[in-house]
Unconditional design. Structure first.
Length: 178
């Protein structure tokens, strides 16, 4: 699935929020992310999953900059493994590929089999992390993706819209199967 967006409250299967002034914020974020990753099925038996990264050499910080100016670059899913020593919300977010800086994550993750999508975003007062089960079956998400391919979107360039259209066309029950 090339892109997940447009989900509704009914699609969300779990998540958490923390204000920036939460004591030991990074520690709490990491613990809650891991709990969500386990309970939602994000990690496989080898602790592998997908992370959506901006295509090319852009960091998450650079991609955010481009998104705010209406010119986002396509992203690609990258297979990763959670090591024994990890710090997604601290060092990971500070790396600029999983966030803006430590304690300010921004990422999209998906189970290898596509059964769950997990995202983190920073807001004015805190961090929100949520899980969506079976995003490829969500009517809200599918309608949103179809709108991108039909009407364009300031958040998806033409190449990305074409990848979305190809993915939609290849789904069982798509118009090309009828």
């Amino acid at each position: 699935m090339p892109y997940v967006s447009g989900y509704g409250a009914e699609d969300v299967s779990g998540g958490f929020s923390h204000r920036y002034d939460t004591p030991r914020l990074v520690e709490r974020l990491n613990a809650d992310w891991y709990g969500l990753a386990i309970s939602s099925g994000l990690l496989d038996h080898r602790r592998e999953f997908l992370v959506q990264l901006p295509q090319g050499t852009r960091s998450h910080r650079a991609a955010l900059h481009h998104t705010h100016y209406g010119n986002s670059a396509p992203t690609l899913w990258t297979r990763v493994r959670l090591l024994d020593r990890w710090d997604i919300m601290g060092r990971g977010a500070a790396s600029a590929f999983l966030g803006v800086h430590s304690g300010h994550p921004g990422f999209a993750m998906m189970a290898l089999d596509g059964s769950v999508y997990v995202s983190a975003s920073t807001g004015e007062t805190g961090i929100d992390v949520l899980a969506v089960r079976h995003p490829d079956r969500s009517e809200n998400i599918l309608r949103h993706l179809e709108r991108i391919t039909r009407h364009g979107s300031p958040y998806a360039n033409r190449e990305y819209a074409q990848r979305i259209a190809a993915w939609l066309a290849g789904r069982p029950g798509s118009l090309s199967d009828r």
